[in-house]
Design a protein around this ligand. Structure first.
Ligand SMILES: Nc1nc2c(ncn2[C@@H]2O[C@H](COP(=O)(O)OP(=O)(O)OP(=O)(O)O)[C@@H](O)[C@H]2O)c(=O)[nH]1
Length: 294
């Protein structure tokens, strides 16, 4: 299974990139018509202007693509398949010009076009899927993405006998923040928390907005002891620095429950245990991390 196309890029950036990609698709389809025209009329003067290589769609896309997109396996597949098509197109055009174009060569041109089309379509589908994975307020991955990823991580942990931790993290007394400073400021706090979580975690850890003021953090290849340390560090980082906007400033704290996944666990099992630990953290005073073993 491919890695998701983009995780941390925000929705606007990706939506913008998708609109550029769609334009490129249209240009690419026009190019195909052009190619057939050239094969029919190889000696027309107007046909000699453009070489197939100059029309690589990934050239035009690379400058506006977020890094995670450029490095994505499907993006590389477009480039590779375009390279093949350009080379077959050159050979086919040459044989059309000298009158030796035959069915076999034409078939290999059609096959190269089909392969490139398939790469373009899969890439398009991946962009669309990534857009629906992103929470619009925080730019984090949403709950639907979490459910899918957790299932995959649990299977991976089972297969490799590796540890996996899940943390449920919740902003403390968040209702008060909304009530006192307004919903707009509450939103800003959630955005800031999301940024701090992402900045404090390691690249292979993942943060999701679980819903409302609740977040889920997935820590692959992490034992319960290490997971608690990671989340405890996060808790400290969040509580030490205030969050401010205009003339409002708050010190927001978080509570967390950390659970290690057991071998038989499905998504709901490990989430339920982490949630139970979070409940304990709240009940015992908030601004703390509670761990629960399998
Ligand atoms: N601004 C803002 N508030 C939200 C959002 N989603 C949920 N909330 C608010 O988060 C608050 C959660 O309140 P409670 O569930 O009572 O919990 P709490 O006040 O954080 O108290 P404890 O969790 O017990 O510490 C509610 O007021 C929700 O309206 C959001 O997207 N933006």
């Amino acid at each position: 299974m491919n890695e998701p196309l983009t995780r941390e890029e925000d929705t606007d950036k990706l939506a913008h990139f998708r609109s550029i990609f769609r334009e490129e698709l249209i240009r690419h389809r026009t190019y195909r018509l052009d190619l057939f025209f050239r094969l029919q009329f190889p000696n027309e003067e107007s046909n000699k202007k453009k070489s197939p290589e100059s029309l690589d769609p990934t050239d035009a896309l690379a400058s506006s693509a977020p890094i995670s997109v450029r490095q994505h396996v499907l993006f590389k597949a477009i480039s590779r398949n375009f390279g093949r098509l350009a080379s077959v197109a050159n050979e086919t055009l040459a044989s059309a010009t000298d009158g030796t174009l035959d069915a076999a060569r034409f078939r290999s041109l059609a096959a190269a076009i089909r392969r490139l089309d398939s790469a373009l379509d899969r890439f398009d589908a991946a962009i669309t899927a990534s857009l629906t994975d992103v929470d619009e307020l925080t730019g984090l991955l949403n709950r639907a993405a979490m459910e899918r990823d957790l299932e995959r991580e649990l299977a991976h942990a089972r297969r490799n006998q590796s540890p996996l931790c899940v943390a449920m993290v919740d902003a403390d007394h968040f209702k008060r923040v909304n009530d006192i400073y307004g919903h707009g400021f509450g939103d800003a706090v959630l955005e800031e928390l999301a940024d701090r979580f992402e900045a404090a975690l390691r690249p292979h850890d993942r943060v999701y907005r679980y819903g409302g003021e609740e977040f889920l953090i997935m820590l692959p290849e992490t034992t319960l002891q290490d997971g608690v340390q990671v989340i405890e560090r996060l808790r400290q980082t969040v509580s030490e620095t205030s969050i401010s906007e205009d003339d409002v400033e708050v010190f927001q704290t978080i509570s967390a429950g950390v659970a290690q996944a057991g071998e038989q666990d499905e998504n709901e099992d490990v989430i339920e245990r982490a949630d139970g630990a979070l409940y304990e953290a709240k009940a015992s005073g908030r601004n703390r991390v509670v761990a629960v073993s399998v």
